[in-house]
Write a protein that binds this ligand. Structure first.
Ligand code: ZN
Length: 256
């Protein structure tokens, strides 16, 4: 067994295109909580199934060249570091999300502040997975990588999770709340790698609506799309879904 393992790692280090065999490709760590809020959020994460859903989906669907290492309680982020393969998420991301959802009285939607926060975490994990896959396989992206990452997050949520559209809507609502906090847009908002929060909100809502216009007609109303824009959402969603799956086909275990 030991010698098999040794040759396994040797092969991994010698061949850059080596694809890891079936051990878990997601290596999660949780930093020690530094205060009560962090401790509560650490518990919230560990008691929820967001990390398991992420790991199970990546393990069952993707061939990774090397493991991805989600680090909860990281100092920086959310971000993916292509050199260390760390997917960093600070506890403050959860705390700030909770503050925004609480201020907006989000529980009125029927989704609690903590549920919405976990939805935002779930969406972010898939968004960072997109960055990881792009870096790992040098995937060609034409346009903003940040938009492509948002698109893949929405597609994976909708196509693989039973309540994925709802998760995507919570994440979109968080973009909306973040956007509302900005009194006046500055130059930095326009040269930022990310699209504006309001654009990230509308694009995600458009994709959710477009994935099933009949089922999500309320999403169209909530976002306020006019008839013309609403009609393009189906094509927009089909385009990002099909193009992402075309791009991912060689690295998927069960390509669609
Ligand atoms: Zn990103």
């Amino acid at each position: 067994m030991r010698s098999t393992l040794f040759s396994f790692f040797l092969a991994a280090s010698l061949t850059s295109s080596f694809i890891q065999a079936d051990s878990s490709t997601i290596q999660v760590t949780y930093a020690q909580a530094q205060n009560k809020t962090e401790a509560a959020n650490l518990k919230l994460l560990q008691q929820s199934d967001v990390v398991k859903i992420f790991s199970d989906l990546v393990d069952s669907e993707f061939k990774l060249k090397y493991p991805i290492k989600p680090q909860f309680g990281a100092e920086d982020g959310p971000l993916y570091d292509p050199e260390s393969h760390e997917l960093m998420m600070p506890y403050s991301f959860l705390e700030e999300s909770q503050q925004r959802f609480a201020k907006a009285k989000y529980e009125k939607t029927g989704i609690s502040v903590n549920e919405a926060t976990l939805d935002a975490v779930q969406h972010t994990l898939f968004h960072e997975l997109a960055h990881a896959l792009i870096a790992m396989y040098d995937l060609p992206i034409v346009g903003k990588e940040e938009d492509a990452a948002d698109n893949l997050a929405t597609v994976l949520l909708i196509e693989y999770l039973d309540d994925g559209a709802e998760v995507a809507i919570s994440a979109a609502d968080l973009f909306d709340l973040e956007g509302e906090e900005v009194q006046e847009l500055g130059e930095a908002d326009f040269w930022d790698e990310h699209s504006l929060d309001a654009q990230r909100y509308y694009t995600t809502m458009c994709h959710v609506y477009g994935s099933d216009p009949q089922k999500y007609k309320e999403v169209k109303t909530e976002a306020g799309f006019d008839k013309e824009r609403a009609e393009t959402c189906s094509d927009d969603y089909t385009l990002v879904r099909e193009n992402w799956f075309k791009l991912l086909k060689p690295i998927m275990k069960n390509p669609t």
